[in-house]
Design a protein around this ligand. Structure first.
Ligand code: SDX
Length: 427
């Protein structure tokens, strides 16, 4: 009977070391090397963690080869098509979809928790009008920790749920207030009569008194198709295994810091253009390219090893196939093209870039496919959401994932403080 282990030989000494293979419920197994340093006196070396599993998790599964994504075992295609973002939040937090009553109770609680402490509103005034909303969002979420100190001691399921529901509910309000502050216009308070996503769009767009924004087509109510489009975008962004910002959230939580400063750290990490900041950069890049005729120049730059220009929205550490979320968004774009008046020029440039890149050896050999950020921006632009709010939208969707991963970490009694070592090359 073959043993479920790997054996390593140090050829300098001939000594061998044996390590257990831990099998996954789905996807790659891992080699348990927790005693490697005490056994061998050496560290493993894996900057960027390309071959390292940092934890056990039951939340999200990704198969990079097949382009598969599941939340609590349910395929993302099913959730995006048949369930609301609120149901997906309940699923991520509770390992199952809600009953009708649970769904109603969860939705209602989040509506009530959407309001901010009046003291928090003063914080926004400290920022210049042109502050990027991601800066105010991260600072405001850090400040939340001072308003809810009781969340430092989490023991019961009720305490975990209250802490999680509070931050999920307040993030859209903070994001909308950050945007309104950047325009120098009054804030719109949350409205408990509105569903989560409609409420956010209203806080973004309404005039004082709740009157709808004078849009391109005159006074307009927020259409159901817009709410559904953004709700799907939130679902697609809800969680994504151990990505860079989730790793930051877990690491900050591992020191015993307040859960909300861990979320604020995740917000800061997500801002980078190699991560969640890519969605804003994609649209800026499409606008810079300007027309289909200019694409070849930029593709050449993306391939030039001496040019650090990258095609934003392409490539992924895990997906070496199409990002399933990009596939869903691409279909959504086709459905919404007429109803939302999508910017067909930007869409034409995006489609042409995708067509050229997917047939070009440079991209094929490196498995560079469009990722979620490549398509999000075109739909958000049609929803009259400015580029500066694209990454805050990502934050709104992802907060439930971050807080679910944080809770999983804190409930795991074997969790330890994150403290990697190094290969010292100094004097
Ligand atoms: C997200 O991890 C997650 O799950 C993240 C996310 C989530 O939901 O949390 O999915 C969200 O962050 C999506 C990714 C958004 N970022 C972008 O679109 C920015 C552009 N893409 C990249 O910078 C890059 O592809 C990464 C950061 C996404 C992945 O980087 P890796 O896995 O570390 O790959 P790499 O940098 O080692 O690149 C491998 C090769 C290199 O070429 P060689 O050195 O082998 O010659 O591919 C090249 C890179 O130069 N390459 C690109 C490229 N991305 C990688 N070349 C041109 N354009 C690109 N976009």
């Amino acid at each position: 009977m073959k043993k479920n282990t790997v054996t390593l030989t140090d050829n300098r000494t001939g000594k061998t070391y044996e390590y257990n293979i831990l099998d996954a419920a789905r996807g790659p197994s891992v080699v348990d090397i927790r005693t490697f340093f005490q056994d061998t006196g050496m560290f493993t070396f894996d900057p960027g963690y390309t071959s390292t599993a940092s934890c056990k998790s039951t939340i999200t599964f990704i198969d990079g080869e097949k382009g598969e994504l599941r939340y609590r075992g349910i395929p993302i295609e099913k959730l995006a098509k048949e369930h609301t973002y609120m149901e997906t939040c309940f699923l991520l937090l509770n390992e199952r979809l809600p009953s009708i009553d649970e769904h109603k109770e969860f939705d209602l609680e989040l509506r009530h928790r959407a309001f901010l402490h009046e003291g928090l509103r003063q914080l926004f005034n400290a920022f210049p009008d042109n502050a990027h909303p991601m800066a105010t969002l991260s600072a405001a979420v850090t400040a939340l920790a001072s308003f809810y100190r009781e969340h430092l001691e989490l023991d019961t399921e009720e305490e975990y749920q209250a802490m999680a529901r509070r931050i999920i509910a307040k993030i859209p309000t903070i994001a909308a207030f950050s945007y309104r502050h950047s325009l120098g216009i009054p804030f719109i308070q949350p409205d408990i009569d509105l569903y989560f996503t409609r409420n956010f769009l209203t806080m973004m767009r309404a005039y004082p008194g709740g009157k709808m924004h004078l849009g391109l087509h005159g006074h307009e109510e927020i259409k159901e198709v817009e709410v559904r489009a953004l709700d799907t975008i939130f679902t697609l962004h809800a969680d994504h295994e151990q990505n860079a910002s989730t790793t930051v959230v877990r690491n900050v939580a591992s020191t015993g810091a307040h859960p909300y400063v861990a979320i604020a750290s995740g917000i800061s990490a997500l801002w980078g253009r190699a991560h969640g900041g890519a969605n804003e950069s994609v649209i800026a890049q499409l606008e810079m390219i300007g027309s289909v005729e200019n694409i070849d120049t930029f593709i050449a730059r993306a391939k030039d090893p001496n040019d650090n220009f990258r095609l934003m929205g392409f490539g992924h550490r895990v997906y070496k196939n199409f990002d399933p979320r990009a596939r869903i968004l691409k279909h959504l774009q086709d459905e919404l093209r007429i109803e939302l008046g999508l910017n067909t020029e930007l869409m034409a440039i995006a489609r042409k870039i995708e067509e050229i890149a997917l047939s070009d050896e440079y991209f094929i050999s490196r498995n560079l496919y469009p990722n979620i950020d490549f398509y999000t921006g075109i739909i958000l632009t049609a929803l009259q959401i400015p580029k500066s709010m694209f990454t805050p939208i990502f934050v709104i969707g992802r907060t439930v994932g971050w807080i679910s991963q944080l809770i999983e970490f804190k409930k795991d009694k074997s969790s330890k403080i994150a403290r990697p070592r190094q290969l010292y090359t100094g004097k």
